[in-house]
Design a protein around this ligand. Structure first.
Ligand code: GTP
Ligand code: MG
Length: 603
């Protein structure tokens, strides 16, 4: 298993794709960085197709991943590996530069650091041959892995194959000093995180959940009330010093901020605190990247990540040129950075194109559904409010639900049969959250179009949550951003089987501009009333007609044509066999004259 070739393989020749796949089966000697056979295969396909290729190899010499795309793309695929300041991942990345140069780019260095790779190797290929190779690895500083790099090369293909990587890795690991406080293996798996906010301590509950969802363990919370963030450090300088001490004492691996930081702030903070600093946006992007299961979801997340990364490349460049000077090699310089930006922009364009295709496909699907005469009802709401559970209970579907943030990323649609054989299509989709990164909302537009074009929205909220009001407001903010604020909406207060704050719920019911239903998706309370509300509110709700019309009532057939949709009509000895759907009023006129209407009139 695991034989997939990752990345954008569209347009690759079948024979090239097969060769790439065969790399998984190639053997690398323990003391080789890469086998000559793999290097040759990569060089030929990369220069033939003008695409970057990347191969990840573990310390046993097994190929664990083969991908098409630049280091940034590949990085996104391998992201599920957790990172630590005290451990290398045990993987090396060998990738090609089809334009010939072997010089590592800022994106390559960033990937090397982000994934804590054993080594990053770039193969400059030209005319199907390797021109030169360069290798970089991390160099620990003060016993920790930081963005400090060591470069080797240019190397000939022979020099690369025989490069003493094993010894190099050993010397790197010997220079890493794990903090004494880390003792158990469980501790070692998860990163310890300190959470920081300037919005008041309450907002940290949610950040803690996000951090846990991303696989970190929150070990401390720091809040500082500020009107405006500090330009250089986001929080006050004194607070930064306090944080640095805190981090040392707790042996934390990273600090997570509840807001988006700019590149300068991130760099300043990392330098002063001495560990990785992550903001809410990249945390959410990370979770989305790990959760996306469908092609569409993955494309959208990658797009959002690159858009987040692009303006941050400048910051990286500064670090790298400073570092380049230190080692006595050329820094990447502005030209190189420009190339990387171009790469990313090109990929962004590619992704945008691919997503546009998905969007067109979905639009066609939706038009198909319109023909099926079923209005679309979309579930929206805060993450973890119970949207998927409601869908499951109403339609007996089996969508994944969990007490986690962002359990659902990809939309699911199920048929919901309402009293009187009326039908709607119920669509479940990604949940919203406070401070949802703008890029994500934009990137997920293809998915969220379901919401924008739905006939009715069910805004599901967790009535038992202390932040009920704030969550409703946050969802309405995103709906507004999507242009769906004025859609016909029913507010569904879910989880009423749990203890709720009645005053708060009453306040919400009084102030909400639309209709409100109180339900429990878990035990089914309130669902009959909710169904009635859906019937009242789903515009264009139509009913089905299926049976025989007598030949002397062709006027009714004409009526069906005029006011509804006729799927089929056949002239049979028994009468005119029709299948159609019309609105409620016309249905009432036609239904009594239909023989054997499978969709019985109401009793
Ligand atoms: N007590 C109770 N728990 C519920 C109810 N509805 C959902 N839950 C729980 O709430 C958690 C989240 O439910 P989901 O259906 O996954 O929530 P969601 O809105 O789809 O969340 P995302 O997909 O993450 O946006 C799960 O643990 C559910 O079992 C309810 O009516 N009562
Ligand atoms: Mg869900």
């Amino acid at each position: 298993m695991g034989q997939t070739v990752y990345g954008n393989t569209r347009g690759l020749k079948k024979v090239d794709l097969d060769s790439l796949q065969s790399i998984y089966d190639m053997v690398i000697d323990k003391d080789q960085v890469i086998s000559p056979e793999i290097a040759r295969t990569m060089a030929v396909i990369s220069s033939g197709s003008q695409r970057e290729l990347a191969v990840f190899i573990d310390r046993q010499g097994r190929v664990v991943s083969v991908g098409v795309g630049d280091a940034a793309t590949v990085q996104l695929k391998a992201q599920s590996k957790r990172r630590s300041a005290y451990r290398l991942s045990g993987l090396r990345c060998i990738h090609t530069h089809p334009a010939g140069g072997g010089q590592l780019s800022a994106v390559d260095y960033a990937a090397l650091y982000d994934m804590r790779l054993d080594a990053m190797v770039a193969l400059g290929v030209l005319d199907g041959k390797i021109k030169e190779a360069r290798l970089a690895c991390l160099e620990p500083r003060d016993g920790q892995l930081t963005q400090n790099f060591r470069d080797f090369g240019p190397l000939s293909p022979e020099q690369l194959t025989g490069f003493p990587l094993t010894e190099l890795i050993k010397s790197i690991e010997d220079n890493i000093i794990p903090p004494a406080s880390i003792t158990t293996t469980a501790d070692r798996q998860a990163e310890k995180a300190i959470l920081v906010t300037i919005d008041g301590a309450d907002s940290l509950d949610e950040l803690a959940l996000l951090a846990e969802t991303a696989g970190a363990v929150p070990v401390a919370r720091v809040s500082q009330r500020r009107q405006r963030p500090d330009a250089a450090f986001f929080i006050g300088r004194g607070k930064v010093e306090e944080l640095a001490l805190h981090r040392q004492r707790l042996g934390a691996d990273l600090v997570i901020f509840d807001d988006e930081l700019n590149p300068t702030q991130t760099r300043n903070l990392e330098n002063s605190i001495g560990c990785r600093v992550v903001d809410r946006t990249s945390l959410i992007l990370d979770i989305f990247a790990r959760r996306a299961r469908t092609k569409e979801g993955q494309l959208q997340v990658e797009l959002a990540q690159l858009q987040y990364l692009l303006p941050r490349l400048t910051g990286l460049g500064t670090v790298l040129s400073r570092l380049g000077g230190g080692i006595g090699t050329r820094g990447p310089g502005e030209t190189k950075l420009e190339t990387d930006r171009r790469h990313i922009r090109r990929r962004i364009e590619e992704l945008t194109g691919a997503i546009e295709q998905v969007r067109r496909h979905r639009r066609r699907q939706r038009q198909g559904r319109r023909k099926a005469a079923a209005p679309v009802v979309a579930l929206v709401g805060y993450t973890n409010a119970g949207k998927s559970t409601l869908l499951n209970t109403l339609t007996r579907a089996k969508v994944y639900t969990a007490n986690q943030l962002f359990a659902t990323l990809d939309p699911t649609t199920r048929r919901l049969v309402l009293p009187g054989n009326r039908e709607v299509l119920l669509t479940d989709t990604v949940g919203f959250i406070r401070k949802l990164p703008h890029h994500l909302v934009k990137a997920f537009h293809a998915t969220l179009e379901e919401v924008v074009e739905a006939d009715l929205l069910l805004h599901v909220a967790d009535a038992s949550h202390p932040e009920l009001l704030a969550q409703i407001t946050a969802v309405e903010g995103v709906l507004k951003e999507l242009g769906a604020r004025d859609k016909n909406t029913i507010l569904v207060l879910n989880k009423i089987d749990q203890p709720v704050n009645h005053k708060l719920v009453e306040q919400v019911k009084l102030s909400y501009r639309g209709q409100v239903a109180e339900v429990s998706s878990r035990d089914g309370t309130g669902l009959d009333r909710l169904k009635d509300l859906i019937i009242q509110n789903a515009l264009g709700l139509r009913r089905r007609v299926k049976g025989w019309l007598p030949y002397d009532r062709t006027d009714l057939l004409a009526l069906l044509h005029r006011h509804g949709e006729v799927y089929s009509e056949q002239y049979t000895p028994r009468g005119i066999r029709v299948e159609a759907a019309v609105d409620e009023n016309h249905w009432a006129a036609v239904a009594p004259h239909i023989q054997q209407n499978d969709f019985e009139p109401p009793v």
